[in-house]
Design a protein around this ligand. Sequence first.
Ligand SMILES: C[S@@+](CC[C@H](N)C(=O)[O-])C[C@H]1O[C@@H](n2cnc3c(N)ncnc32)[C@H](O)[C@@H]1O
Length: 100
Amino acid sequence: MLVQNPDGVFFDGTFGRGGHSRLILDSLSPTGRLYATDKDPQALAIGRALEKDDARFEIVAGSYADIGQALPTGQLLDAFCWTWAFHHPSWMMPVAALVL
Ligand SMILES: C[S@@+](CC[C@H](N)C(=O)[O-])C[C@H]1O[C@@H](n2cnc3c(N)ncnc32)[C@H](O)[C@@H]1O
């Protein structure tokens, strides 16, 4: 299960075509939030379209290493995920408190 707190705040570091992000959004309540990053222009275009459809979602161009720029200052995260390659599993890392 990707989302244990439907009201929580999540981060998808490798948005890609948005498959994992959509799964997360499907599990979020109206007050949950999902932030994402990707470096690929095509991924960003898909993410921008998703932003228009879903106010709980926001994507920022760049690396997940720049997570501090993708999240509001001081934002706590419930969990984050990223996908290293298509043949590896995605990872969902719960965090007790991540303050940026
Ligand atoms: C396998 S795809 C992700 C698939 C995605 N989870 C989905 O459900 O569609 C990997 C993505 O990671 C992105 N990527 C690679 N290195 C990155 C980095 N350092 N920061 C952010 N995104 C990165 C690529 O542009 C690509 O879109």
